[in-house]
Ligand binder design. Structure first.
Ligand SMILES: [Zn+2]
Length: 247
């Protein structure tokens, strides 16, 4: 009935957000033998290009490229991600069912309301998921309540917002595959007429994705990296082992 817990779960508003903000990190962790997962809050029915069905197929292909063990999309309306109790319960259900140790959330500020709302919704859902007296039952007929769970660590993927990250993950070896996972969304990223003014051409996307990854890579002294923020301070055991050169 219950599967092994996920080591890392990445939550985002839209299919392809995770591929853009932390896909390389997920792939790197999968290559290290960790069980990774993606929870998309919406199904993409409001997108200028393609249908929700197109995007489901593309999301599955992207997950395959990133060696993601588990991926699911909730039924929260696209363009209307709201931090309601009902939505918190939907996310808390997943948190209790998948039991991740690390949760990646979007950063809590941004241009798109779905992105910053997903951040607060994700955080508050984790809080609810840990409440011992809050009963959340499995969807299956057994109606057995799911035990409380909170991730040990929550980190924020900051790529969509211009803020200095607290750490970056070296994705130099994962960069190409991460770009391919983004290109799996053919309905979004192939050169076409619909939404031409909104969506840059494929070559331009490649240049932008590379520029961002290089920028954050440079901050960490590597070629390509993805930026993250943690609210907690870093804890150090051995000051001689701290990476990234100062001078
Ligand atoms: Zn998005």
């Amino acid at each position: 009935m219950s599967t092994a817990p996920l080591d890392i779960l990445a939550l985002a508003a839209h299919r392809d957000d995770v591929e853009q903000t932390c896909g390389g990190t997920l792939l790197k962790m999968a290559q290290r033998g960790y069980r990774t997962g993606i929870l998309d809050l919406t199904q993409g029915e409001m997108g200028t290009r393609g249908t929700a069905e197109d995007r489901a197929r593309e999301a599955a292909e992207a997950a395959r490229i990133l060696y993601v063990t588990w991926r699911q999309a909730l039924d929260i309306p696209d363009g209307r991600v709201e931090n309601t109790w009902e939505n918190r319960l939907k996310v808390a259900h997943v948190i209790r069912e998948q039991r991740p140790r690390v949760l990646i959330l979007p950063y809590w500020k941004g241009r798109h309301p779905d992105h910053y709302n997903a951040s607060t919704l994700g955080y508050e859902a984790c809080f609810a998921a840990g409440l011992a007296k809050l009963v959340i039952t499995r969807q299956a007929a057994t109606a057995e309540p799911l035990p409380p769970h909170r991730p040990f660590k929550i980190i924020y993927a900051t790529l969509y917002y211009d803020i200095r990250p607290t750490f970056v993950v070296d994705i130099t070896d994962q960069f190409e595959a991460r770009f391919q996972s983004l290109m799996a969304y053919q309905s979004q990223y192939s050169d076409q007429e619909a939404g031409k003014d909104l969506f840059p051409a494929r070559a331009e996307i490649r240049a932008r994705v590379e520029a961002m990854a290089r920028h954050y890579g440079m901050l960490g002294g590597v070629t390509y990296a993805e930026p993250f923020l943690q609210k907690e301070v870093g804890l150090v055991e051995d000051v001689l082992a701290i990476p990234v050169k100062s001078i």
